[in-house]
Design a protein around this ligand. Structure first.
Ligand SMILES: [Zn+2]
Ligand SMILES: [Zn+2]
Length: 223
């Protein structure tokens, strides 16, 4: 540590290795929380980080910010877990795909596994070509709208978990199509989900921003 120039953080008061922070008078921890700079990947030994020399203390202000953020993330996780549980294994959903200015929708048999949505389709179908050109897609069921990115996973028979679930939920489709040579499996990874809910007759829009791990529920008042 002797060859590393130390500074004192103006926010938390800890000494830190000057070169470890992008900011002049702030340790990497505080600079990350307040200004979004990349944090040190702290490794603590004897009460200090051996990489940046931060002592682990926080100003009251930073502690409030950190607590607030983790409360928000807990809320998101609770709400999102509940939504996933409610959703169940298999559902018929409308899938919308687009290429250039052409958008198309159709009903699909969709399998939900761990927050992701799986479906199979034939490579000669329009949706296959649209997804190949533009992997941004939307799924819709009842009061739930899902926006996400679609990834091709190869032939469905290569994915045992999907096959078992698909056979359980949509046996007719499984028997008729899954083994066909032209079938391909896709997964939609959602980044944004919106749900309309009514509480005592009042409409609310719930938003699950999965990329930011944020949840909100706000009343809708049309004008
Ligand atoms: Zn600091
Ligand atoms: Zn560190």
């Amino acid at each position: 540590m002797s060859d590393s120039k130390l500074s004192v953080c103006s926010e938390c008061g800890s000494k830190y290795i000057a070169a470890s922070s992008k900011m002049k008078a702030m340790c990497p921890e505080c600079a990350s929380i307040l200004y979004g700079y990349e944090n040190c990947d702290h490794v603590f030994k004897d009460g200090r980080c051996i990489k940046c020399f931060w002592d682990g203390n926080r100003s009251a202000y930073i502690q409030r910010l950190v607590d607030g953020r983790s409360d928000k993330m807990d809320l998101f996780r609770d709400k999102y877990t509940a939504l996933q549980k409610e959703f169940g294994l298999g559902k018929k959903m409308v899938l919308s795909t687009s290429e250039n200015s052409r958008v198309s929708s159709r009903m699909m048999s969709v399998i939900h596994i761990n927050g992701e949505f799986y479906f199979q389709t034939d490579i000669t179908m329009k949706k296959y070509h649209q997804i190949s050109a533009n992997n941004s897609v939307a799924l819709c069921i009842d009061n739930i709208q899902v926006e996400g990115r679609c990834t091709e996973l190869g032939h469905p028979l290569g994915h045992a978990q999907f096959c078992a679930a698909f056979q359980e939920c949509f046996k007719g489709s499984y028997d008729a199509y899954t083994a066909l040579e032209n079938e391909r499996l896709f997964v939609v990874t959602p980044h944004y989900i919106e749900r309309w809910v009514y509480k005592e007759g009042v409409p609310y829009i719930e938003v699950f921003n999965i990329e930011k791990q944020e949840y909100s529920c706000s009343q809708y008042s049309g004008k």
